[in-house]
Ligand binder design. Sequence first.
Ligand SMILES: [Zn+2]
Length: 290
Amino acid sequence: MHKEAPYYLFSIDLEDIRLRMDNGAQYKERVPVMIEAYLKFLNTYQAKASFFVVGDMAEKYPTLIKSIEDEGHEIGCHSYRHHTIDTLSPEEFKIDTEKNLEALQKAGIKNIYGYRAPVFSIIEKTAWVYPILKSMGFTYSSSVLPAANPLFGWPEFGKIPRQVDGVLEIPMSIQPFGIRSLPFGGGVYFRMLPAFFIKSLFKKYYKNNNAILGYFHPYDIDVEQEKFMHPGIHDSKLFNFLMYYNRGSVFQKLEMLMDLGVQLCTHIEYIQKQNFVSQVQKIELHKWDA
Ligand SMILES: [Zn+2]
């Protein structure tokens, strides 16, 4: 592979979809088990990842969230209640993000640099979030899918990280595939695409010296979760089928990539290695000290 380290910015969006559903509590609690499975995989390879944590998860599982940071992984924000940005006013967004930070601080988290919008919902018309993120002290965001997409996409954004209003945006990695561009590095596409194809896409991407962004959720690896209609997918039977598709293949594919020499990396570590910003500062959390 490329002589530069082929970085895979491995991230987990730490959320529980049951909390977004009416009567979600009737289904099994799976998030802590899934997080332990990711941590075990990461520890096997002595690799570090970025965990973007929804505020209500930090309130529910403070010890688990703190243990993730204590193991050397990065913790970032993923909103307080997982509302997509198009449904919020700037003032509501600010309050939501502050509550996210407060919940993480109360869980004992010390270092926060980054933000990931629910469902990658920063698009051209919600780009008003960047000055707000900047004012709150965020160094970076990783919230843009730079392609057309049935949910959220910003095709004109471009494929490589760039500053927007003082915040470094690291967009999702995409690869043209017929008339579409697919974010192959994580989630549903990573599950759907055959292993040999994932391998060839990774090799192709690294040839251009680009890091690949990987994003996963607790459910992406859960082969025991009950069947129900997932929230936030417009009640689409096809999307719901895809939500469950090929979850058992994720770790096999990840192990294949590790065997290729792919290096997992947190977002903030990558930013520092590439000197994307002159100075990295963590967010001041002291204002919520008890
Ligand atoms: Zn999410």
